[in-house]
Design a binder for this molecule. Structure first.
Ligand SMILES: NC(=O)c1ccc[n+]([C@@H]2O[C@H](COP(=O)([O-])OP(=O)(O)OC[C@H]3O[C@@H](n4cnc5c(N)ncnc54)[C@H](OP(=O)(O)O)[C@@H]3O)[C@@H](O)[C@H]2O)c1
Length: 254
């Protein structure tokens, strides 16, 4: 199997970080299966690709999704070499207003769904003796912050998943790593900007500046910068395993 023939699955592939990861993989000559809930966004991203692709609209939180997606990719391509678990949602609330439904929702998409994708795809990668798994966590997976207790718990938890699975498969040719971005310029961050505007009466520029200042480099991270780190994890020779790479301009140092 050559690098140029890698068969990839990217979740949350229809916009933002996921769409940038798809572009990077496509530019390396890989085939990509794209999944997210909305078909239209997936088809728009797929239409711009140079390599063959597959599109699977599905909710990542549905327990049947990983097996259904895998069965369809196996039927088309005979297996998967690269799994990028990117689908996630930023959910914010003060602790006292974090009710059970919000907690469950944050953990469902950001922690339980990644667990189910890894459980479905990693054993077959071990059997074939090669695989690259990258999970998009967050700086909120490394440090806590106000109003994100459920999201931070999920993003911390997913790093525990990554580290444990990486240790479990270390001798198999499969690597499992995480990328932890700060605030990235995506539709998710645009929603955070709109929430700040609504809660504080600040202008869009002021609200955006609030988030920009949280990165020591004074700007939002680009989707391309995150995709570059994901690409590094995928194309590494195999010694990078169980790591979580922070892409936040130097705020969280490890
Ligand atoms: N933006 C940031 O500042 C930032 C920082 C750190 C970490 N992250 C993480 O990076 C990842 C991507 O974030 P983003 O900023 O690119 O978000 P985004 O712009 O909102 O895109 C999210 C993607 O995930 C899909 N998605 C969301 N919920 C899903 C579900 N239940 N099932 C299947 N697909 C789902 C969305 O498509 P549909 O809505 O059509 O399903 C979309 O393709 C997330 O895990 C996020 O937590 C983001």
């Amino acid at each position: 199997m050559t690098e140029t023939s890698l068969r990839c699955l990217v979740t949350g592939a229809s916009r933002g970080i996921g769409a940038a990861i798809v572009d990077h993989l496509d530019s390396r000559g890989h085939r990509i299966a794209l999944t997210a809930r909305g078909r239209e966004g997936l088809e728009q991203v797929a239409a711009g690709l140079g390599q063959p692709s597959l599109v699977f609209p599905a909710d990542a939180t549905d327990p049947t999704t990983p097996a259904r997606v895998r069965a369809q990719i196996d039927a088309a391509w005979g297996g998967v070499d690269v799994l990028v678990v990117n689908a996630g949602e930023g959910i914010a609330a003060p602790l006292a207003r974090t009710d059970d439904a919000l907690w469950d929702s944050a953990l469902s998409v950001n922690l339980t769904a990644p667990f189910r994708f890894l459980r479905e795809f990693v054993p077959a990668m071990v059997d074939q003796g090669f695989g690259r798994v990258v999970v998009i966590s967050s700086v909120a997976g490394k440090v806590g912050a106000p109003y994100i207790s459920a999201y931070a718990a999920a993003k911390h938890g997913v790093l525990g998943l990554v580290r444990s699975v990486a240790a479990e498969v270390a001798s198999s040719g499969v690597t499992v790593n995480a990328v932890c971005p700060g605030y990235v310029d995506t539709p998710m961050t645009q929603r955070s900007i709109e929430t700040i505007m609504a809660r504080t009466g600040r202008s869009e520029a002021e609200a955006r500046a609030t988030l920009e200042k949280q990165q020591p480099i004074g700007r939002l991270i680009t989707t391309d910068e995150v995709a570059g780190a994901v690409s590094y994890c995928i194309h590494d020779s195999g010694a990078l395993n169980g790591q979580s790479i922070t892409i936040d301009g130097g705020g969280v140092q490890s």
